[in-house]
Design a binder for this molecule. Structure first.
Ligand code: GDP
Length: 329
């Protein structure tokens, strides 16, 4: 039996590790020194840049914990994050749910058919990675099913997103298209992967890493209105170096946690132009005089589709703010 003094000494030693999974109340941490897995708890309230967090610790966080008993620990410190991805909480729409942190890049899977492309979703997803300037790859899967019209849509999407600096990749999990290129992009990187369910995320991951099974479930509705199954992200090592952080599948992304100006600033090509707007960084690019974004839209230098999606999100965020100011609920 260790003496009480020895136990006290052990409990004061801080050990470093990476959070690889969270279940809500427990965090699964991989020790940096031995790679052993420890189940950790955390107590206390945590905030992030004044936002209320529904979960204080994200998958990808580097933490320091104290041993409590065999295989169990208490997180004492979260090391500064290089970046993070946060979404509006599925439970409380003004709170923020931390999805992943310390990532090198994000990979969004979409498809043009089966299910048909919800283009607006791409721009909504980018609104979750852009605030932290996380490089993002958009993978168009099920290429084997695309007819001539679908191919034209893909080429159009590719032109829109490559022009503003995102990586676009054509993939077919079934026929092995794009899998080598994807493997190269993922090697030695920590990549957060996401996609609406049914787009083939699991099939593509299996195509590049046959022994990996993704178990992360879906969140059926992120709009803050419905009931939700709580599911969490999970980090998986890649045999060729690097990690994938799998995130719950989602149907919709809402942004009640953002202010209108934050929406404007995170459409990167609009933000790049805003210096030339008469109202500069406060311009919402809607009907303001001498707006550089509207002028660029007129010259077809920025995508009309992106602009429409922008207006839609802006309206949702403003409606939300309006009702909050004018009701007592
Ligand atoms: P997830 O929900 O995004 O993980 O999607 P799954 O990997 O479970 O795939 C959903 C369905 O799409 C399954 O029936 C797959 O067989 C199918 N699927 C996935 N990738 C492809 C593909 O590249 N081409 C075709 N034709 N079907 C695919």
């Amino acid at each position: 039996m260790p003496t009480p003094q020895l136990l006290k000494f052990i409990k004061n030693i801080l050990i470093q590790g990476t959070v690889i999974k969270s279940t809500g109340s427990w965090y699964i941490v991989r020790r940096t020194d031995t790679q052993a897995i420890v189940q950790c708890r955390i107590v206390g309230k945590f905030r992030l840049e004044n936002m209320v967090l529904t979960n204080p610790v994200a998958v990808g966080d580097i933490v320091q914990f104290a041993i409590e008993s065999e295989g169990k620990g208490m997180i004492k410190k979260i090391m500064p994050r290089t970046n993070y991805v946060a979404r509006q909480s599925p439970r409380r729409k003004h709170d923020v749910h931390l999805l992943a942190s310390n990532i090198d890049q994000a990979l969004l899977f979409v498809t043009i058919v089966e299910p048909s492309l919800k283009q607006g979703f791409i721009d909504r997803f980018l609104l979750t990675t852009e605030p932290q300037e996380i490089p993002t790859i958009i993978g168009f899967n099920k290429a084997d099913l695309y007819d001539a019209d679908d191919k034209a849509i893909y080429e159009n999407m590719k032109a829109i997103y490559e022009k503003i600096g995102y990586t676009v990749l054509l993939i077919s999990a079934t026929e092995g298209v794009g899998l080598d290129a994807l493997t190269t992009l993922l090697t030695n990187k920590i990549t957060m992967i996401s996609g609406q369910s049914g787009v083939g995320k699991s099939s593509v991951v299996n195509g590049i890493q046959p022994e990996m099974t993704l178990k992360t479930g879906d969140i059926s509705d992120y709009s803050g209105k419905g009931q939700h199954t709580t599911t969490f992200a999970e980090m998986h090592p890649l045999s060729f170096g690097g990690y994938l952080i799998d995130t719950p599948g989602i149907k919709t992304l809402a942004f009640n946690n953002l202010e209108p100006i934050q929406v404007a600033h995170n459409f990167r090509e609009f933000f790049a132009l805003s210096d030339d707007c008469r109202f500069g960084g406060t311009c919402l690019h809607r009907n303001e005089p001498n707006c550089a974004v509207l002028a660029a839209l007129e010259r077809e230098e920025i995508s009309a589709i992106r602009y429409e999606n922008y207006l839609q999100i802006l309206e949702e965020v403003e409606d939300q703010n309006y009702w909050e100011r004018h009701t007592d609920v």
